[in-house]
Design a protein around this ligand. Structure first.
Ligand code: GTP
Ligand code: MG
Length: 205
């Protein structure tokens, strides 16, 4: 899929104030600093569409970006950032949970995982939460430029084992990405495009 337009629409901390459009949307979620905002910029060919930072805790709101005028990408705050106060963390968690529970337009969540790390408890808990809530999701292993090709394969194999050990029957669809090198862009966009095509067909477009 070619990206013709990508525009910021609105930021907020209240799911009821998200855009009313019924367009399909895809949310990027994962631990702080994993690379959610950078990946949104990379796949939309924009340097500064989503705000990024080397310090964790940059994205603090639900951010809607309208793509090609017919679907949304959503950048969310990270979970698991120890340095924000407990109160801020609870508020974050509440509106993120609200988003996942109430946002009917969400068709797929992309859970971003740093390719260099072993499966983290907080990610496994979040993945389990998505499974229990019957929210479709994929994994995106980020920062692939930081390790060699063989290591990438080993990490994915280890991750799969850890998911299976956590009662998952199979590995969900997954992608390997590097925002620095552009890796994964075509695959992720193709995946989104195929879902969009199905939805538009079902809706008689
Ligand atoms: P929060 O908004 O704080 O939750 O973080 P985030 O997940 O949106 O991460 P962000 O995109 O802001 O990136 C965090 C840091 O990781 C930045 O310094 C990025 O430059 C760096 N980064 C992101 N993606 C990649 C990547 O693919 N490769 C490398 N080498 N660095 C990356
Ligand atoms: Mg961010």
């Amino acid at each position: 899929m070619k990206i013709n337009t990508a525009e910021f629409v609105i930021s907020n901390s209240d799911v009821s104030k998200c855009p009313k459009d019924t367009l399909p949307e895809y949310a990027f979620i994962g631990r702080s600093n994993v690379g959610k905002s950078s990946l949104i910029n990379m796949i939309t060919n924009h340097k500064n569409l989503a705000k990024t930072s080397s310090k964790p805790g940059k994205t603090q709101l639900i951010n809607h970006f309208k793509i090609n005028n017919n679907w949304f990408l959503v950048d969310l705050p990270g979970y698991g950032y120890a340095k924000v106060s407990k109160k801020t963390k609870d508020t974050f968690q509440q509106f993120i949970t609200d988003y996942f529970e109430k946002r009917k337009q969400l068709v797929c969540a992309f859970v971003l995982i740093d390719i260099r790390l072993e499966a983290q408890k907080i990610d496994l808990e979040f993945i389990n939460y998505l499974g229990e809530s019957e929210i479709p999701f994929c994994l995106i292993f980020t920062k692939a430029d930081k390790i060699g090709k063989t290591k990438i394969q080993n990490h994915i194999a280890t991750y799969k084992k850890q998911l299976l050990a956590n009662d998952w029957e199979e590995m969900p669809p997954f992608f390997v990405s590097s925002s620095l090198e552009g890796t994964g862009k075509d695959e992720i966009l193709l995946y989104i495009d195929q879902i969009n095509q199905d939805i538009f067909k079902q809706n008689g477009f």
